[in-house]
Design a binder for this molecule. Structure first.
Ligand SMILES: [Ca+2]
Ligand SMILES: [Ca+2]
Length: 326
């Protein structure tokens, strides 16, 4: 038995080399009913959609933003209001619907876009509704939506949109720029941005949400133009201030609506053995692997070696019950 665990441990060690999990993304649009989409990195498909406006207590918004995952809950906000909802990270079902607990006057001047969860704090990108006459904010709350602190920048014409923490360092996108966010040493209510030279993304794409997978150390970015929507992985060189994007998927070919902007992006890790991606490894996953045994079904090929075989079956069996009951 010990040997089995050793061998499986080795397999999982290898499995960390690729990014398995799910990316939730927003779809800002004034012309369509906004939904929230889940991109499955194992199958490279959009496999779930959530319509927040149909949930009791969620007011209408042109942009619902799944802005952060803290290891147990997917947080959902909205661009134009203080919505602070908790979702199941895998199914997208609503666990609670609430609001940020601070002055609503803030939203007269600012929206809320992407976010990041780091060290128990939820950061939000708060761009002005019109970047030409106001500055972006960074808003930090605790997991109950209570304000912890708020920082601003004097960067001109910069609408902070994407936001992600990579090992404690915040990176952002906005107004065609990819930046690193640095807190001011003299005034801790100020931050400034360090511009990175971004390559790989077509110039007509609007830069959107960022998300980080710490297991494979992959930073993702979502972008869109009028005729495309795309998901990228981004290599960062802090010394040279360079960001190099590589295409992961064309989202509009997977069901993401053209004309929408993916302003928020959040990564949720895959549960080992969870073939159907509902966050729980149980008999449904066992059946999923058994029915596809010998084939190359992407959902069931848990270790992504191109074939559904006993290695995938063992992963389900050894992980049986993982994530269930959350
Ligand atoms: Ca499952
Ligand atoms: Ca396999």
């Amino acid at each position: 038995m010990r040997l089995f665990f050793g061998v499986l441990g080795l397999c999982w060690g290898f499995s960390l080399a690729y990014s398995d999990g799910y990316l939730w993304l927003s779809a800002a649009s004034t012309s369509q009913t906004p939904q929230v989409y889940r991109f499955n990195l194992r199958t490279a498909q959009i496999d779930r959609t959530v319509s927040p406006a149909q949930v009791n207590g969620v007011p209408p918004s042109p942009d619902y933003t799944p802005f952060a995952y803290d290891g147990s809950v997917l947080y959902l906000g909205a661009y134009d209001q203080g919505l602070f909802a908790r979702l199941h990270g895998y199914t997208g079902s609503f666990l609670s619907v609430g609001a940020y607990d601070w002055c609503s006057c803030f939203f007269g001047h600012h929206g809320l876009r992407d976010g990041a969860a780091t060290e128990g704090v939820l950061w939000r990108a708060a761009p002005p509704h019109n970047p030409a006459y106001s500055y972006s904010y960074l808003v930090a709350t605790d997991p109950n939506g209570e304000l912890v602190e708020m920082l601003t920048t004097f960067a001109q014409n910069f609408a902070l949109t994407g936001l992600e923490s990579v090992n404690g360092t915040l990176y952002g996108t906005g107004s065609g720029r990819f930046v690193r966010i640095v807190r001011d040493e003299q005034n801790d209510w100020l931050f400034h941005v360090v511009d990175y030279a971004l390559s790989g993304v077509p110039a007509n794409h609007q830069l959107g949400g960022l998300a980080y997978d710490p297991l494979s150390q992959t930073l993702y970015m979502a972008t869109a133009s009028e005729s495309e929507a795309a998901l990228w992985s981004v290599q960062i060189d802090d010394a040279q201030q360079i960001a190099t994007a590589s295409l992961v998927a064309l989202l509009h070919e997977k069901g993401y609506p053209l004309g929408s902007i993916p302003t928020a992006l959040t990564w949720v890790p895959a549960i080992p053995g969870d073939a159907n991606g509902d966050g729980c490894t149980d008999d449904a996953d066992l059946l999923n692997v058994l029915f596809n045994f010998g084939g190359d079904h992407l959902e069931s090929d848990l270790n992504r070696d191109g074939v559904v075989d006993d290695a995938d079956l063992l992963e389900v069996l050894f992980q049986f019950g993982q994530g269930c009951g959350n």
